[in-house]
Design a protein around this ligand. Structure first.
Ligand SMILES: [Zn+2]
Length: 175
C-alpha cells in the first residue's frame, strides 16, 4: 500500500546513482533523457566522466504516482485492479472479453499519467466507464450505472434505461 502523500517526481529519479558498466565509476553525465509515454520508464543516455564511454540506462518508476480524487476530496492511489474488478462484475456473463476491459483500464491509466499533477476525479473515471459500457453492452452499462449512481438519481437513471430499451427492441433479459 502506498502512503497517502507518496509522490514520485522526475527530481527523485534524477538522483539515482548509476555505475558505469565499463569501469565501474559512478560519475557520469546525462546526455539525453526520454520518458516513455506512460511515464513509467525513463531512458537516459549517459557518458562516463572517467572512461568517457557511453551507455544507456532505463529507470523504472516504482509504484504509481497517480492519484484519484474522491468526492470528499480525499486522494487515493489509482488502483487498476479495483476498476477492473468493477468492470468484470458489471460484465459478468456478457460477451465482453477480458482483453477489452484490460485495454480500457490501460487507456484510463495512460490518460491519468499524461495529466499535469496526475490526478483524475473518481467522477471522471465513473463517467468514462459508463460511456465505454454504454457503447459496448447495455446490460453491463445498466449494472454499472445502478451501482455507480447508487439510485440517488433514479429519474435520470430510469430515463436512460428507457432510452436504451427503446433503442434495443429485444433487450437481453438474462442476468
Ligand atoms: Zn566508465
Amino acid at each position: 500500500m502506498l502512503s497517502e502523500m507518496r509522490q514520485l517526481s522526475s527530481e527523485n529519479i534524477g538522483v539515482t546513482i548509476m555505475r558505469c558498466p565499463y569501469c565501474g565509476q559512478v560519475k557520469d553525465k546525462v546526455l539525453d533523457s526520454r520518458e516513455r509515454r506512460d511515464g513509467t520508464v525513463i531512458r537516459r543516455r549517459r557518458a562516463c566522466l572517467s572512461c568517457q564511454k557511453r551507455f544507456t540506462t532505463y529507470e523504472q518508476i516504482e509504484g504509481l504516482s497517480i492519484m484519484v480524487v474522491k468526492k470528499d476530496n480525499r486522494r487515493e492511489p489509482f488502483d487498476r485492479n479495483k476498476i477492473l474488478g468493477g468492470l468484470i462484475k458489471s460484465c459478468n456473463k456478457r460477451p465482453i472479453s477480458m482483453q477489452i476491459l484490460e485495454q480500457f483500464v490501460d487507456e484510463t491509466e495512460q490518460e491519468l499519467s499524461d495529466r499535469p499533477g496526475r490526478e483524475l476525479s473518481s467522477k471522471e473515471i465513473g463517467e468514462r466507464i459508463m460511456k465505454m459500457l454504454y457503447d459496448l453492452d447495455e446490460v453491463a452499462y445498466v449494472r454499472f450505472a445502478s451501482v455507480y449512481r447508487q439510485f440517488k438519481d433514479i429519474n435520470q437513471f430510469m430515463d436512460e434505461l428507457k432510452r436504451l430499451l427503446e433503442q434495443k427492441p429485444e433487450p437481453d433479459q438474462q442476468t
